[in-house]
Write a protein that binds this ligand. Structure first.
Ligand code: ASP
Ligand code: MG
Length: 243
């Protein structure tokens, strides 16, 4: 029995090393074995993107904008290939896609591009064949064929956009915190976790510096009315629903 399309997004901390990738495989396999069609979106591993920015600075303080996106988009490509390999090793058929292979079409604002369209044919075809589809977050391609990135933290936006275009039944954003709190729980231990939070309140919090979700991603979730379930990759609890 086919249940539905589930999109799961895992951030940089959740995919930082081999053990963490295997932990992510467990989350994916659990959804897949519940008869869902699973699309996974991942960030670059750990501090990879920061390191690329650092290396770029050594070349130029004012790098070419197009090449900046070509460089920064590479981190996610490493994660998708490794994750697909681990899933296959565990006996699950997976296939990786970069943003341009999907393709995820964006405008040409390098470094802060906006998704304008997604052709879902390739992904849907792979899901039909019972494959787990692993997509690189944070990147797309312009109509003229140039690679773009969506702004730091942009993998969340990729996940929301894919959930919207695929008409997914569920979208999970897995992260290193177990939900959205009234304040930063590392600063104020009395901060309380929301069970649910509105899009508008979440946008306000993101604009005021809450790092848990990318502002653009929440704006897009609101536009397409996609509820986001924010959960911890490491602790089992219900997390926060943004809706
Ligand atoms: N890897 C990118 C970044 O570090 C995108 C993301 O993690 O969402 O900003
Ligand atoms: Mg993030």
């Amino acid at each position: 029995m086919y249940m539905g399309i589930v999109v799961q997004k895992f951030g940089g901390t959740s995919v930082a090393d081999k053990d963490k990738l295997l932990n992510v495989c467990n989350h994916i396999i659990k959804e897949y074995n519940s008869n869902n069609k699973v699309v996974v979106v991942v960030s670059a591993q750990g501090k990879t993107t920061d390191m690329l920015v650092q290396e770029e600075k050594e070349i130029s303080e004012n790098p070419d904008k197009r090449e900046h996106d070509v460089l920064l988009s590479t981190g996610e490509q490493i994660t998708i290939s490794k994750l697909a390999m681990y899933l296959k090793k565990l006996g699950y058929d997976a296939i990786s896609y970069t943003g341009w292979q999907v393709p995820i079409i964006t405008d040409n604002i390098y470094g802060n591009a906006n998704i304008i369209d997604i052709n879902t044919d390739n992904i849907l075809k792979q899901l039909e064949n019972d494959k787990i589809v692993v997509v690189a977050g944070f990147q797309g391609i312009t109509k003229l064929g140039d690679i773009t990135t969506l702004g730091r933290g942009g993998s969340d936006t990729t996940a929301v956009a894919l959930a919207a275009y695929l008409k997914a039944d569920k979208l999970y954003i897995y992260t290193d915190v177990d939900g959205v709190y009234t304040e930063d729980p590392n600063i104020n231990p009395k901060a309380m976790k929301y069970n649910t939070i509105s899009y508008d309140k979440m946008i306000e919090m993101a604009k005021n510096g809450a790092k848990v979700l990318h502002t653009k991603c929440v704006e897009m979730a609101k536009k397409y009315n996609v509820p986001i379930i924010v959960k911890s990759t490491f602790v089992e609890n219900d997390g926060t629903i943004v809706k």
